[in-house]
Design a protein around this ligand. Sequence first.
Ligand SMILES: [Zn+2]
Length: 432
Amino acid sequence: MYWHEEKECMGREELEQLQLERLQATIYRVATHVPFYRQKFKELNIDPDGFTSLEGLRSLPFTTKQDLRDNYPYGLFAVPLRDVVRVHSSSGTTGQATVVGYTGNDIKTWSSLTARVLTAAGVSKEDVVQIAFGYGLFTGGFGLHYGAELVGASVIPISSGNTRRQLQIMQDFRTTALICTPSYALLLADTIEELGIPLNAFSLKYGLFGAEPWSEAMRREIQEKLNIVATDNYGLSEVMGPGVAGECRERRGLHVNEDHFLVEIINPETLEPVAPGELGELVLTTLTKEAFPIIRYRTRDLTRLIEEPCPCGRTLRRIERITGRSDDMLIVKGVNVYPSQIENVIFEIEGTKPHYQIVVEREGRIDKITVLIEVVESIFFDEMRKQGRIIDTIKQKLASELGIGVEVKLVEEKSLGRSEGKAQRIIDNRKL
Ligand SMILES: [Zn+2]
């Protein structure tokens, strides 16, 4: 089931030709209308008319979150405000807010791309879609709302919060598709259990989750507890909002809407492209946006590109689920290590708790990583031989994931410090 079959299943050559034409138009647009890019192109000696191949993308400057902040509120808009029909903004909890805008055409494109994501996840006009993302300056609610209407589904714009009411409406209105963050889906599932509501009181079939990283283990738990097919989707307000990429029913990576966005995966240290299939930072360039085109936006999100064709028939390449942020990267023995890689391995091991700490030390000239992992009582007090087996399994999996060896220590439940806000996962004792 496709929304735009001719685009979603396009041949690579034809797609690249379309991408090139759209990239040329985008470069012309920003060079003409956005002083920030005009200036950067001048500094880098870039001729906006000189683009004849997609490889040229690599010569273009990156855009960062800080650039958006520096140009607050409207400095990066490529159209006058009278052509802007919608403005969204990031919350700005960790710094100044950023602002993005949409023309009427941008809203149409956005709706059609979220319609693709919804269709790929199984949603059709037969469905009742409950959108439990916040509606407001955040792009999650509105982005998927318009797509769901376009698909022809019955949309319940309930917005976020008020869990009991969500569940009541979910039962009464016979919701078949739930849209929210994965952690909220889990909270809803746990509340259903707590209240003792039987699952057959609900009509749920699909869950579309996004806006935060989640693990495969979490997907299994949500699917089981809510008896649904749970898919992951991805977007960010700086680039458009939801609709940038989404999983199909295969649930093995997210198809990027490559006819509207160019994907690069870079090493966040060297800013060079990583080897095919390697983990790195996702960089996105918009190809069709009018009000807020963006060139090589450094998302800070970590993923890898999946080149293999997908059994669903879509030719749009996939990215792996987002596993963390490049800001958290550690360099150990010259290798980039992301705490989220370690976390993913731990989460897959039975008996471990979601509490761990990564300690980095330097002995002589050699860096050493020790991962402390809380385990349930039954394992902690178990015989040494069994513990040894668990440690070996974790070590092996970590070595193959990270490419370097690490030490593993199992510790008793609740022995690692808890903090009020964000847990302190990394203790770097190296004096660098
Ligand atoms: Zn697919």
